[in-house]
Write a protein that binds this ligand. Structure first.
Ligand SMILES: CC(C)(COP(=O)(O)OP(=O)(O)OC[C@H]1O[C@@H](n2cnc3c(N)ncnc32)[C@H](O)[C@@H]1OP(=O)(O)O)[C@@H](O)C(=O)NCCC(=O)NCCS
Length: 175
């Protein structure tokens, strides 16, 4: 099947599809209510004057079967941009057919064409997708731990409330 997979850039006409795939992924990750974006906010934030993300759609037999949604970062050490993969999802019925590899290969080609130096992503510790990432060459960076400031702790720091860290210090799942 891999040779029949077509990968193309998402356009504003794909926002309903991107939203549906994002909800499918969040549901798979046990956070069905975590997606608060809408097709309208995706259109505004991905396809307006100052795009905050880009996305690829994979099609098989003319039908969308997967997507990758990504943002960009920048390394001051290497003076180069990188890609951060926010979401990658392949429809269950076509998994293990090379769709996700085709999506990632398209991102790798974009890196090669534009001089970006790396692709980063986060994956939940229990997710079998880790096998996929390692199969295509990703390395688990064991020496770095993700940290995040959000919600009440973020507001508290901004407001100068020093007690909030103790109240909200426990590791959170996501925001
Ligand atoms: C992870 C996911 C995107 C992989 O998509 P896919 O289209 O099935 O992957 P591919 O068929 O392109 O796999 C490429 C290679 O990785 C291997 N692979 C795929 N999934 C794997 C897994 N769970 N464990 C080990 N290896 C895996 C394939 O066997 C293939 O190996 P090969 O090149 O030797 O044939 C898909 O399983 C998925 O959508 N999972 C649910 C969503 C998800 O977890 N997304 C990631 C969030 S961080």
């Amino acid at each position: 099947m891999a040779s029949d997979v077509v990968v193309r850039a998402a356009t504003v006409d794909d926002v309903e599809l991107l939203h549906r795939f994002s909800v499918d992924l969040a549901t798979f990750e046990d956070e069905p209510d975590a997606v608060t974006s809408t097709p309208q906010t995706l259109a505004r934030d991905g396809f307006g004057k100052d795009p905050q993300f880009a996305a690829l759609i994979a099609e098989h037999a003319g039908k969308p079967v997967g997507f990758a949604l990504y943002t960009f970062n920048y390394s001051v050490w290497t003076a180069a941009r990188g890609i951060f993969v926010e979401d990658i999802w392949v429809a269950p019925e076509v998994r293990r057919g090379g769709v996700a590899r085709a999506l990632m290969a398209a991102l790798a080609k974009e890196c090669a064409a534009k001089g970006y130096k790396r692709i980063d992503l986060n994956v939940l510790d229990w997710n079998p997708a880790r096998g996929f990432y390692e199969r295509i060459g990703f390395k688990w960076i064991r020496t770095w731990l993700p940290y995040r400031l959000a919600g009440e702790a973020l507001a508290a720091l901004a407001a100068g409330r020093s007690d909030a860290a103790r109240k909200t210090g426990a590791a959170s799942r996501s925001t």
